[in-house]
Design a protein. Structure first.
Length: 187
């Protein structure tokens, strides 16, 4: 089972609880599933995260990849995408993961609270972040049909919110708004 995430290795992305959750998952599924975590990104917390990995002998299971140039190609190598952020704006990586059909487990912050809707288009990390991640990933591992369901629903949610048709409608609204502003200012 390959779990992944992308983002700046900084406090607001909240990756330490994800590492701890994967550590727990490795213990839970020892001998049944090979659990791996890949995080693409770099930042000021890299040393702290790498230290945790080494201290707990997780080098074979958890890899900090550093900066990558092709996020969509990276996402295609994953089974589950996790975004444990404390706060976000748009979080393009989550939407990219949903667009290619990954089940997403994410905190309900920023735009993610509107697109990663609990048990509709993904699973929300709530309460104790580490335990919530463990619970959700165990649920997805034990119920592959849920992985497929959230993959399909996630793709549909992203298309409905950010697809070409919606983008065109939004653009038309912006253009009309600007025209109205220009008309109003000429009065």
């Amino acid at each position: 089972m390959i779990i992944g995430s992308t983002g700046r290795l900084s406090k607001e992305k909240n990756y330490l609880p994800l590492l701890k959750a994967v550590h727990s998952l490795i213990k839970i599924y020892h001998g049944r599933f090979n659990i791996k975590l890949f995080i693409a990104g770099d930042g000021p917390q890299r040393e702290e995260l790498q230290s945790y990995i080494e201290r707990h002998h997780l080098n074979a299971n958890i890899t900090l990849l550093g900066h990558i140039d092709n996020v969509p190609e990276f996402l295609k190598t994953l089974d589950i995408y996790v975004q444990p952020s404390l706060y976000e704006g748009m979080c393009l990586a989550v939407h990219e993961a949903m667009e290619i059909g990954l089940p997403v487990v994410a905190t309900p912050v920023g735009e993610m609270k509107h697109t990663v809707v609990e048990k509709q288009a993904g699973l929300e990390i709530t309460g104790d972040i580490e335990n919530s991640i463990v619970t959700h990933i165990c649920d997805l591992i034990e119920n592959p049909e849920k992985q497929r369901l959230y993959s399909q629903r996630g793709r549909k949610a992203v298309e409905a919110c950010f697809g070409e048709e919606q983008f065109s409608k939004t653009g038309q609204c912006v253009v009309q708004f600007l025209k109205d502003c220009v008309s109003y200012s000429k009065k």
